[in-house]
Ligand binder design. Sequence first.
Ligand code: PEP
Length: 264
Amino acid sequence: MNRKPIFAANWKMNKGPSETEDFVKSFLSKLQGSNFNSEIVIAPPFVSLAKLADLLHTATAVQNAHAIQIAAQNCSQYDAGAYTGEVSVLMLREFFVHYVILGHSERRAIFGETDEIINAKIKKAREANLKPIFCIGETLAEREAGNLESVLRTQITGGLKDISEKDLAEIVIAYEPVWAIGTGVTATSEQAQDAHAFVRSVIAELYGADAAAKIRVQYGGSVKPGNAAELMACPDIDGALIGGAALEPQSFLDIIKNGTPSAE
Ligand code: PEP
């Protein structure tokens, strides 16, 4: 199955509009002339979406600028109204947002997002034709207690409850072991491949073998230029969701370069 790898930069609460401009200008100049067979996505904070959209749409002289997709880091499960601090999916559409990261472990752990809330957000994103990057992953305690598979199964079935096969085709799953996020500890390629194969097997149970073969499953958790090639060579890993190492243009580019099998 030929799945196009997807490399997404999750900047978290870093880079306002002026730092976004510095990054994008540098990244585009480094990207010029490269032809990657991978999708490139940048997820800035909400306040930098307009700047990012503007830079990418005016950078027509730069090859591939148009191929960079914009992601939001979150969205509301509600349409509009008295939800102070929230941002709706229709608002995101105005900034040419294609993807939205949902279910990130920081949203689950710090902001109390449950599988039910994440499921509501995935549905709302799909109503606006946004593509969810649906994050799942176990804590170290859950892994050590032998609960890896049951945790992943619960997150997948809860997050995808009542999601049709047609909508599933527009979703990317990001497997991110919580113990590897921002810690510098990366899952071994064997641990990552085993988890990705398991995720795909759960999708096969829920949606059938064809849907499971088609869905892209990214790995996230301390991906760096030095470990991208080994991780991305695993048969069930289709790109990466990158935090810290995507804050610097050369490092993000090197991850894409090293992790894309047919990079020129
Ligand atoms: C993330 O935040 O999704 C992530 C994987 O972060 P890091 O690459 O810094 O571990």
